[in-house]
Design a protein around this ligand. Structure first.
Ligand code: IVH
Length: 655
């Protein structure tokens, strides 16, 4: 009897861990979330009745109890060193020269591996007899902090190594990171809750990892990427770093999606340049590449300097933080009426893009950071992340800086602003505030909403200025005749806009819902709601109960949707759109279509952006990788395709 329970527990643990690995490491789930939950609850139930059979690698063991005494100090078996930096191509070339001098070898006899330099928190994971026994931060390199309870909550960290022959000791090192999209969401939530946002994903990762309550860490979607081995016993190590990383991958870890072997300076510089171009399309932040000598033997031969190995170097990318002057603060009224202070900056180039405006979030943030007009400030930008003012540089103050307060009245319509209980934002309550209409129109027309080409913020402003539209449906009454009369609008551009408007009338329900600009309803929530409602009529009749039953829809969102649908004017506008010829199609099926399990690599110039191409593949269930291996299913090559194209041909991967 008992042994049959143990058997079932064992089977559930193994099954659940397998699904977790498929979901969090491979991104190729084979069962639904609901099915996973069902198995998980069954395991919990059995373990509760038979605590003697609880296994240390059971997924129920990921969240432990509060750490009351603070983190314990642990000594690293092998010190965790840092890397020397190369700031540009010249310094990277110099690294190759040094390697040649020190090793008395030719360039072509020194194979290097290039991978991403993750911008997160370094941790070391120790597995004893295959089971995760310790997770430690880097600390000062000699001693770190025991963060095992928190690291166990990270789903991409295996609790048990995925191998049949378990080594006695296996230490793997890597970086805990916060994905960019998760970072944006976390900060939005924190701002809405009146908590200070994190300055960058690295701080968010570090703050989440150093929580004394692991259940808080468990709610933060952290991800682990392995990049090196530490102390290992009872296992034959491969001769190269590249092969060691492949082994680490087989053991169940994420590794750098860029892992490219190069044997010449030109190749190295090519990969460096490409990686910098691609940094914005990555889901996590990187601040450079790391270049390592591939052969472990040659690594040993080269040895170490004071604090860093001679066989590796970090090739840094352009900084994403810069100093500039805060010239002014203006107030922007958003589509939901929220008043947002916006920094007007002395234009500055940050990571290759000129930034002249940045969000300051809300009054609380300005006060907390003590940002004043005239300050020298640190500005940060990364990928699709909106530029933000991180902090003032107090030491540069002259005394002439001025404090700022948001006005009591809406700067656009003069209505007294309101502060909602428990929220940090001030809102203009006037539903007809012209600024709100302007922002709603811009949002409606935007790329991921109705995608109306030619209707950007300038065009919207022009239409409002000439009183051609007063609502979203009014857009669809515009004619070439009316548009042509506007300044700077020729016949062709007028015709193009009318065509684009007509084209936008055929739209999927999820995009349509997203385009409406309902508070708290982002793209993902719109898709969830659309998949449930299926039709516009059903959507219009949704109740709070129905919405609350949907995954990831909370009370605030459900209320916001119902409030929207109870507003006669909003419903009348939707009805009018339907009358004007809107054709609303059902949402796309979840991870349908043939690309599930297929890996794509892009190379060369494509007709659409990398980010779009990636989105397209992912929306069809496929994966995108940045390097070609025998696991690649397809390489999509554009003009000027380089080493990846060659590699695909060598490996016989279809191009
Ligand atoms: S290897 C002895 N590889 O960069 C060499 N480090 O200054 C050990 N980092 O604190 C480091 N990505 O946390 C290595 N692919 C990568 C990395 C990486 C990020 C961090 C690491 C360390 C710092 C080195």
């Amino acid at each position: 009897m008992k042994s049959s329970v143990k058997k079932e527990i064992d089977k559930l643990v193994e099954e659940l861990n397998e699904h977790s690995y498929r979901y969090y490491v491979l991104s190729e789930p084979v069962i639904s979330d609901a099915e996973y939950d069902r198995l998980f609850r069954r395991l919990e139930e059995l373990e509760k009745k038979h605590p003697e059979f609880v296994r240390p690698d059971s997924p129920t063991q990921r969240v432990g109890s509060v750490i009351s005494e603070g983190f314990r100090e642990v000594k690293h078996r092998i010190p965790m060193l840092s890397l020397a930096n190369a700031m540009d191509e010249n310094e990277l070339s110099e690294f190759y020269e040094q390697l040649k001098r020190f090793s008395h070898r030719n360039e072509k006899d020194i194979e290097l591996v290039v991978e991403y330099k993750f911008d997160g928190v370094a941790v070391s994971l120790t597995y004893e007899d295959g089971l995760l026994s310790l997770a430690a931060t880097r600390g000062d390199g000699m001693r770190g902090e025991d963060v095992t309870a928190n690291v166990k909550t990270i789903k991409s960290v295996p609790l048990k190594l995925r191998t049949d022959t378990l080594p006695e000791l296996f230490e793997v090192r890597g970086e805990v990171v916060f994905l960019k999209k998760d970072f944006e969401l976390l900060n939005q939530e924190r701002i809405a809750a009146g908590e200070p946002p994190f300055a960058n994903p690295r701080n968010a990762a570090s703050g989440s990892l150093r929580q004394l309550d692991p259940s808080v860490t468990a709610q933060r979607p952290l991800t682990f990427y392995a990049y090196a081995l530490g102390a290992v016993e009872g296992l034959q190590l491969p001769a190269t770093h590249y092969d060691a990383m492949q082994m680490v991958r087989r053991f169940g870890f994420n590794i750098s999606p860029l892992l490219e072997r190069v044997t010449s300076k030109d190749e190295l510089l090519e990969v460096y340049k490409k990686a910098e171009q691609e940094r914005n399309t990555l889901p996590f932040e990187v601040d450079g590449i790391v270049v390592k000598v591939n052969s472990h033997e040659l690594q040993q031969e080269l040895g170490f300097r004071q604090r860093s190995p001679r066989w590796a170097i970090a090739g840094k990318f352009a900084a994403v933080e810069e100093f500039t002057t805060l010239k002014d603060i203006v107030v922007q009224v958003g589509r939901t009426g929220a008043l947002t202070p916006v920094a007007i900056l002395e234009p500055v180039e940050v990571g290759g893009v000129t930034v002249s405006r940045a969000t300051l979030h809300n009054q609380d943030e300005i006060d907390r950071k003590d940002i004043r007009i005239g300050d020298t400030v640190i500005v940060r930008r990364q990928g699709d992340v909106i530029p933000a003012v991180v902090a003032p540089v107090i030491s540069r103050r002259t005394g002439k800086e001025k404090k700022f307060r948001l006005p009591d009245k809406c700067p656009e319509c003069g209505t007294s602003v309101e502060r909602v209980e428990g929220e940090a934002v001030l809102r203009c309550p006037n539903k007809h505030c012209p600024a709100r209409l302007e922002q709603r129109l811009i949002h409606f027309a935007s790329r991921n909403a109705a995608d109306i080409e030619g209707l950007g913020d300038k065009m919207v402003a022009l239409l409002l200025e000439h009183k051609l539209v007063n609502s979203i449906p009014d857009l669809y009454t515009l004619t070439v005749n009316k548009l042509e009369k506007l300044p700077r609008m020729a016949e062709l551009s007028s015709r193009n806009l009318v065509d684009a408007l007509n084209k936008s009338k055929t739209i999927s329900l999820n995009r349509f819902i997203y385009a409406l600009g309902i508070r708290h309803v982002g793209e993902k929530t719109a898709l969830t709601i659309a998949r449930y409602a299926r039709s516009i009529e059903k959507f219009l009749s949704l109740t709070e109960e129905e919405l609350l039953a949907l995954p990831d829809v909370g009370v605030e969102t459900a209320r916001a949707v119902v409030a929207f649908l109870s507003n006669d004017e909003e419903v009348a506008n939707i009805r009018r759109l339907l009358k004007l010829g809107f054709n609303i199609e059902p949402p796309p099926e979840p991870r349908d279509a043939g690309l599930a399990g297929k890996t794509f690599v892009f190379t060369g110039a494509l007709s659409i952006s990398r980010a779009e191409a990636q989105q397209l593949v992912e929306s069809l269930g496929g994966k995108v990788s940045s390097s070609v291996s025998k696991n690649t299913d397809f390489v999509v090559a554009g003009e000027k395709a380089g080493s990846k194209f060659k590699k695909a041909q060598e490996l016989g991967v279809p191009v």
